[in-house]
Every structure is written in structure tokens, then in C-alpha cells.
Design a protein around this ligand. Structure first.
Ligand code: GLV
Length: 317
């Protein structure tokens, strides 16, 4: 049986599946392993089932034992892994796409609603008590007729577009290439970020973090947004320059933000923490039982397929 290191706790049905399929080393207390510990623990293992909290940079990958042939990441994103370093070392990297599209899009829509309708302030007022209904209590932004700019119209972006359209939003998007008509579903394509930003009453960031997208939403690009735009991010914190965003919030260039992901998670920029116009969640895009189960099972299947056939279902490097 192949020996697999599972770096974080999985839902118990998935750990059972892993134990049936492999000689699995589990992390029962769900400790966060340091890079050093992860290297030590992976000795004599054939593969690693990693999570987005494992920073598998080039230095760490280069110190992994030669027995490790595959890293199966329990996430659709793989910004936590240096793909090139893994490739150089002959390690295959896989991810878990598709199975989390719907759950993540649900959170993407929640961020749009929460930011536009001032949910953070509303929750605080309701908890505190003593509020009185009035015609102008917590007036927010209505979505009907508003323009939604989707940055990164992949599977998650397309699902958010579908729901947002049903709420009466007008969809715009920017991708490196235009989608086929069937996937576009009437959305307006912009071949550059600036043009998308200009028409985004609400911006939904859905693209992967990569060399091209890191800090793409920054001091300069924020200025292209209409005054009072809303910015949401369900993808990765690295895409947004936080200081610039907080400054834009403070001077009301940006009306509100809805965020599920951050640079340096879980130590997010303190400027967001108590900001009344920041609707913030702790990276829960894929957090439903169905989805987390499907993701872990796919991460296990990716390992199993690789060891049985040498093929990879979701290879990313
Ligand atoms: C979640 O953020 C993922 O990449 O799966």
C-alpha cells in the first residue's frame, strides 16, 4: 500500500476512505505543520495530500524526500505550491476543480449581497438591540440593474454570473480570452482590465492568483472603478493591494467590500477588521459538507489514479 501524508484533518468519512485506499498518516489534532515538520513527516511517504495552508515553496519542495512523487492539493487553487520547483523535482501536483464551483459561487453571491446591503453593520445593530425601524435605516445598494464586473470568468465566475443575472444584474467580464457564446450567456466581454473596471458597479474577483494577477487590484486600477463601487473577492487575497483598498474605502471611492480571502490569512490587514463597510468571512468558499467531502474524495482519487495508472486526473504542473 502506498504511504500518504495527509497534512490536515479531513471529514471523517474521507479519512475512512483514505485509510482504505492507502497507508495514510492522518493529522488527528488538525495541527498546522511548519515547513520543517512537514518535511520530516513526509519521510518514507510516497505522496502528500496537502491543503491551502501548507506553504510548499521551492525551498520546502527541494527538501522533500525523493520518495514523494505526488502532491495532491485539497483545493482548486494551488498558489501555495511552487509548481515549477515540484516539476523540477519530478513531483506531480494535482488540484480539486469543479466539485467546489457551486459552493464557492454561493459565497461569491453572499459577498455581493452582504457588501451591497450593509450586512456587517446590520448584524451588529441587530445584535446590539435598541434599533428602531426607519425609512432610512441602513440604506444599501440594490442589485437590480447594477453592472457586475467579473474578473476571471471561469467555472465559479460563470456560476456567479448566472445567479446575479437572475437578480437583475447586467454582467460584464474580463478574461484572457473570450468565452464561447454558450458559456458567455449574454455577458459583455472586455479584453482588458481597465475597461472592465470602468463599468463595474460591483466587481467580483474570481481569477486564480498568479504572477499576472498578484496585486492586479491596486492603487492605480481602483481609480478606474465608478465612484461608490463595491468590490468582492472569493478567489485569493494576493490579487488585492490591501492598503490601496482600505484607503479607497475610507475616502468612499469604494462603497463596501465583501471578502472571503486575504493576503497572509488568517492575519488580515487590520484596516478591514472593524471597518463598517467591510463584510468579511474566514475563507469559507467551499465549506459545505457536500463540497468538502467531494473535494477530499477527489484529492484521494487523484492520488489513487496516479499510483495505479501513472495518469493524473487533475494535474496542474
Ligand atoms: C479554496 O480556496 C480553494 O482553492 O479550494
Amino acid at each position: 500500500m502506498k504511504k500518504i501524508l495527509i497534512t490536515r484533518k479531513l471529514l471523517s468519512s474521507c479519512e475512512d476512505k483514505a485509510k482504505k485506499t492507502f497507508d495514510a498518516s492522518l493529522n488527528l489534532n488538525d495541527e498546522l505543520y511548519s515547513q520543517k515538520r512537514l518535511i520530516e513527516l513526509s519521510k518514507k511517504h510516497d505522496g502528500i495530500l496537502s491543503a491551502l495552508t501548507d506553504k510548499l515553496d521551492a525551498k520546502t519542495i527541494n527538501q522533500l524526500p525523493d520518495t514523494v512523487k505526488i502532491i495532491s492539493n485539497f483545493a482548486v487553487g494551488f498558489g501555495n505550491i511552487d509548481l515549477e520547483a515540484a516539476k523540477q523535482k519530478g513531483i506531480v501536483v494535482t488540484n480539486t476543480p469543479e466539485v467546489l464551483t457551486d459552493a464557492t459561487a454561493e459565497i461569491g453571491v453572499l459577498l455581493i449581497l452582504g457588501a451591497c446591503r450593509r450586512a456587517a453593520e446590520g448584524i451588529e445593530r441587530a445584535r446590539k438591540g435598541g434599533w428602531i425601524w426607519s425609512a432610512d435605516l441602513l440604506i444599501g445598494k440594490q442589485l437590480t440593474g447594477a453592472r457586475l464586473g467579473i474578473l476571471g470568468m471561469g467555472r465559479i465566475g460563470q456560476k456567479i454570473a448566472k445567479v446575479a443575472k437572475s437578480l437583475g444584474m447586467v454582467i460584464h467580464y474580463h478574461n484572457r480570452s473570450r468565452l464561447i457564446q454558450e458559456k458567455e450567456q449574454g455577458a459583455n466581454y472586455h479584453d482588458n482590465l481597465k475597461d472592465l473596471m470602468k463599468v463595474s458597479d460591483v466587481l467580483s474577483i474570481c481569477c486564480p492568483a498568479s504572477k499576472e494577477t498578484i496585486n492586479m487590484i491596486n492603487k492605480d486600477t481602483i481609480e478606474y472603478l465608478p465612484k461608490g463601487a463595491v468590490v468582492t473577492n472569493v478567489a485569493r487575497g494576493d490579487i488585492v493591494e490591501d492598503e490601496a483598498m482600505i484607503d479607497a474605502l475610507n475616502r468612499r471611492k469604494v462603497y463596501a467590500v465583501g471578502l472571503d480571502v486575504y493576503k497572509n490569512e488568517p492575519n488580515l490587514n487590520p484596516g478591514y477588521l472593524n471597518h463598517p463597510s467591510a463584510f468579511i468571512l474566514p475563507h469559507v468558499g467551499s465549506a459545505t459538507k457536500e463540497t468538502r467531502t467531494a473535494m477530499a474524495n477527489l484529492a484521494i482519487d487523484n492520488l489513487d489514479e496516479f499510483f495505479r495508472t501513472g495518469n493524473c486526473i487533475n494535474k496542474v504542473n
